[in-house]
Design a protein around this ligand. Structure first.
Ligand code: GLN
Length: 470
């Protein structure tokens, strides 16, 4: 926790205790995005998602550490220092001499706060996996909703076409309850979808779920459920220690009547590259607002230099205010948007994004409410959800996690996102649920991905996975 709320009178009223990632604006506490650029920044207004929770009696206890502006996979790029994974520090696992491991990122502080029992629920943001990855590493539930359902008003932008507010908690019921409070249209966010679109997606999902056992008297709970296993989600980088827990989950679901179907999403191989081009391009544009003039850090050039030149203020402010990872993304993104590189990088990445969306739409039984043309497709070979490992490995040791730029360890940080970015590019809901431990005794998560707006299906399958762990 990087800021703790002042005790208030309603503290003992028994509302749900919530921690908030430090890139989500709160009016009563600073919002630093773990950046020197915003070290003293207090927002004049509160994010819609925080307000909605508070209005329902939630008690906001503080702000959590994260990678600077949400950029990172291991929560090591932060002015507040890295987040240590509390999994083996908590009471049930207390061990001495355990090598500290990463809590994952960028919402590492939120996952760690839930794992350590500091709060019931924590809000994070997920642009390419920043809620699901730390959830998997810390052994908690992490949920990235369908794009456009939870308002991003008051959430500091990283890459607007991908950013989602996500939820971390110890169990799915808590995540679902929190989501229901925040799942509404907000006029203050132009990307917040109208109730009508949400309604059509819900109707598609309900129609499909009515054909399944929760609404019938069939003997097995998962009867009628078709689970797709995307073959491209078992890349060479995947650690064997992650595979066994995932296999156990699938076996348990099959025993309960689910049909396990291998599927192919052929564009997956290009997702990571496309993601980093798009996310960096959007980030370079978003971060242009930190110029030392309007808010945040301002560095006045040293005496003797020509301070009348505004560009010098920009340069000094941005040199001092941004960390190295953020600077790297600005350079990469600015390059991708230059006239020379635009067609080869940015446009190609957008094409890959379309292919990825088509891959998903092709395999799901439920149509995509955002693009549905009125045709009813044959659902015979299709699946209701996809299941795959949330991460390619368990939490890496912190010592390796801070690898110097260009080193194998630094590259490894980008590869951590390989399984989470496709759902982000397609704007689909994804839920990471703890699936036990790997051979090294650290948590493994499985991800359940569904059609846009079909969160109900994720709760249903996720709760079955949860039960298999009891
Ligand atoms: N690790 C990814 C990145 O650095 C995802 C971050 C996120 O989801 N905020 O871009």
């Amino acid at each position: 926790m990087v800021h703790v709320a002042e005790p208030t009178e309603d503290e003992n009223r028994g509302g749900v205790v919530v921690a908030v990632k430090d890139n989500i604006c709160t009016a009563s506490m600073p919002t630093t995005c773990s950046s020197a650029m915003l070290a003293d920044f207090v927002s004049p207004y509160e994010a819609t998602c925080v307000r909605l929770l508070r209005e329902q009696g939630a008690h906001i206890i503080g702000k959590t550490n994260c990678d600077e502006f949400g950029m990172g996979s291991l929560n090591v790029h932060s002015t507040h220092g890295p987040v240590v994974n509390p999994y083996k520090l908590g009471s049930e696992h207390r061990q001495t001499g355990v090598e500290p491991r990463s809590a994952g990122g960028s919402s590492g502080g939120s996952a760690a706060a839930v794992r350590a029992g500091m709060c019931d629920v924590a809000l994070g943001t997920d642009t390419g996996g920043s809620v699901r990855l730390p959830a998997s590493y810390c052994g908690v539930v992490g949920f990235k909703p369908s794009y456009g359902l939870i308002s991003r008003r008051g959430v500091v932008s990283y890459a607007d076409s991908l950013d989602c507010v996500g939820i971390l908690a110890k169990n799915i019921s808590e995540v679902e309850r929190t989501f229901d409070i925040m799942n509404c249209h907000d006029h203050g966010d132009p990307t917040s979808l109208p109730m009508r679109t949400r309604g059509s997606a819900s109707a598609f999902c309900d129609r499909r779920m009515r054909t399944m056992s929760p609404h019938s008297d069939l003997p097995t709970p998962a009867h009628g459920l078709r689970i797709g296993i995307p073959q491209e989600y078992f890349p060479s980088e995947l650690s064997q220690s992650v595979v066994s827990p995932v296999r156990r989950v699938l076996q348990a679901l099959a025993e309960q009547g689910a049909e396990i179907v291998p599927v192919s999403l052929p564009s997956t191989a290009y997702a990571l590259s496309a993601y980093y081009v798009i996310a960096s391009a959007e980030a370079s544009s978003n971060l242009a607002r930190y110029d030392g003039v309007q808010y945040g850090l301002r560095v006045i050039p040293p005496p003797g230099s020509d301070i009348t030149k505004t560009s010098r203020v920009y340069a000094h402010t941005r040199t001092k205010g941004f960390g190295s990872e953020v600077k790297k993304r600005i350079l990469l993104g600015t390059y991708a948007l230059t006239a020379d590189a635009f067609d080869n990088y940015f446009l190609q990445a957008q094409r890959v994004r379309q292919l990825i969306k088509h891959d998903f739409d092709r395999v799901f039984t439920v149509p995509n409410a955002l693009t549905w043309t009125g045709e009813t497709a044959d659902t015979a070979d299709k699946v209701d959800v996809l299941i795959h490992p949330s991460a390619i490995r368990t939490a890496p040791p912190l010592q390796r996690a801070g690898g110097a730029s260009g080193s194998a360890d630094a590259l490894d940080a980008y590869v951590q996102d390989v399984l989470t970015v496709p759902a982000s590019l397609a704007g689909l809901p994804a839920l990471s649920v703890p699936a036990g431990e790997g051979d090294d005794g650290w948590p493994v998560g499985v991800s359940i991905v569904g059609q846009w707006g079909c969160e109900k299906m994720l709760w249903y399958v996720g709760k079955m996975v949860e039960q298999t762990m009891c």
